[in-house]
Design a protein around this ligand. Sequence first.
Ligand code: ZN
Length: 444
Amino acid sequence: MPASSAMPLPHRSDTYELIDAGFDCMAFVKTLFPLARSLTGDGVRKTLQEIAQHIPVSISEVPTGTPVLDWHVPKEWNIRSASIRSLSGETLIDFAHSNLHVVGYSRPISAVLSREELARHVYTLPDQPDAIPYRTGYYADDWGFCMQDSRWRAMQDDTYAVEIDSDLKAGHLTYGELLVPGLTDNEILISVHICHPSLANDNLSGIAVATALARQLLLTPGRMGVRFLFIPATIGAVTWLARNEAILGRIKHGMVLTCLGDVGGFHYKSSRRGVEIDSVASHVLARSPFASTLLPFTPYGYDERQYCSPGFDLPIGCLMRGVHGQFPEYHTSLDDCSFVGAAALDESLAIVSEIVSVLQRNVVYERIDGRGEPQLGERGLYRAIAGQKEAGGANQMDLLWLLNLADGHHSLLDIAKRADTPFDRIDAAAALALTAGLVRVCGS
Ligand code: ZN
């Protein structure tokens, strides 16, 4: 059957266009920003409840003490208020103004302390005197305040009234999960951490982009399912791995998403073993209008280090713009909503969406009659290609590459790389050849 020149390109994604105009990543970052998240506790639950307003995420509660690999689920931490006051009653530091003011997992305290005693529990950044540092002490059984160095220097009273109203007791570790089903049992894993308090780029940008992506995919499911995890870093990933060993074989690709709201170029950190996701991410980034850098795997960073640990070694990389520890706003109060931008978030969503789309479409074709070059004119393919030209679709060379390398051994991405052409054009050529009855998907 000859292909019509007006044939649509059913596999082509709307690259760099925000498909889901009903969801605003930046507005979502602003909604989540004030919540007092930590490794566990009500801040995480409220965050997951906000996510559940947009996608049907299921929420798991794992009891304190549950053994997970070499770890145990920790006690649950909740905090209601904290302050440092002068003895004359003036509030100098107030948790209600910034939830970075208290070291995460601080135990409760109510005492009058000398400045010297208090100093042992105060954390500042002398090199960034107007920024509040972000610190945690998950397993320290201690307490502490974080504040601007300039503020601490101005506090010269001999004694202060210190109050932290928190509790650390048996409870649960909470995480969210959503599987957008595909046509097969194979899956792509998208994982973001949800354990940082008011930090916009390192935490909330990943949550917003993942939520937006899930909304898009629920509208247009693909060949593989896409599983989203919204989890506290490290212990959340360890817990999820321990509870899901039976299904890990389904995960064929994956990415950890973080720091996707700043205006810098992209960084993609490869998986431990070097797999298809790494090739797809590098191809999409290289063909995008944005600067990008590929980073080798290291056993540090975000939860890719758990997913890529020995014994699991899952095919999972990490996509970032700013790299942890390498931008001055990192883990400080400067990583606020003014540090991330709506356009940057939408660009990141477009990149992530395109990576997932290419993974979904990167199949292997074989020629139905693989001998010689088919007669393109007789099959209407010259006309079809002429029709695609204006739409930026496949050209004749793309089709010739496709027909030459559709031998059951080369994926569409292999062909795109060999032809030095964008994936979408080779995919469009494959759609034409498929309609013309020249190729079939391998294994079908
Ligand atoms: Zn962090």
